[in-house]
Design a protein around this ligand. Structure first.
Ligand SMILES: [Cu+2]
Length: 163
């Protein structure tokens, strides 16, 4: 009897048990808070998402077409990936005869329109791969928008020759 009580008492004060319970609650609360944004997310879609892979751990470039079926423009405001340590939105700009890349903080997907993140314009700069990535793989990039919508998008990894 004494042993049983003691064992129960240990379980109740186990910090891991309490920690798990807290995390479970946090996840449930987060889910509930974001559930109303589901309609906004439905209006945005990602199409033709792919990555031009480069050898020797060089940064890869990600391309995707974003379509907005809603009545309001939406900005792409943040990009992250579980497969790369750093992801940035870059824009290629030409200065007469030369071209350079600049980092931009957001890009607008017009109402009832598309934003093309495509060679020659915008690209996602994917750096510091967290594991070995090669053509034929699929990587995942999370696109976050100004209205709270998030698109967790699979990108097909293609060889350097891909246009
Ligand atoms: Cu770049």
């Amino acid at each position: 009897m004494t042993m049983k009580m003691k064992s129960r008492s240990v379980t109740a004060t186990n910090p891991m048990t309490r920690w798990s319970a807290t995390i479970g609650c946090a996840l449930a609360c987060t889910f509930a808070a974001f559930a109303p944004a589901a309609h906004a997310a439905d209006a945005l879609t990602a199409q033709n998402a792919w990555v031009r892979w480069l050898p020797n751990d060089l940064p890869a470039a990600g391309y995707v077409t974003l379509k907005n079926d809603s009545d309001k423009p939406v900005d792409l405001v943040n990009v992250t990936s579980d497969d790369y340590g750093m992801v940035m939105l870059h824009q290629t700009v030409s200065n007469g005869s030369t071209q350079k890349m600049v980092m931009v903080h957001n890009a607008t997907v017009p109402a009832h329109g598309t934003l093309s993140i495509a060679p020659g314009g915008y690209h996602l700069m994917l750096e510091h791969a967290k594991h070995k990535i090669a053509p034929g793989d699929t990587v995942h990039v999370k696109l976050q928008f100004s209205d709270g919508a998030t698109l967790d998008t699979p990108f097909a990894v293609k060889p350097p020759s891909q246009q």
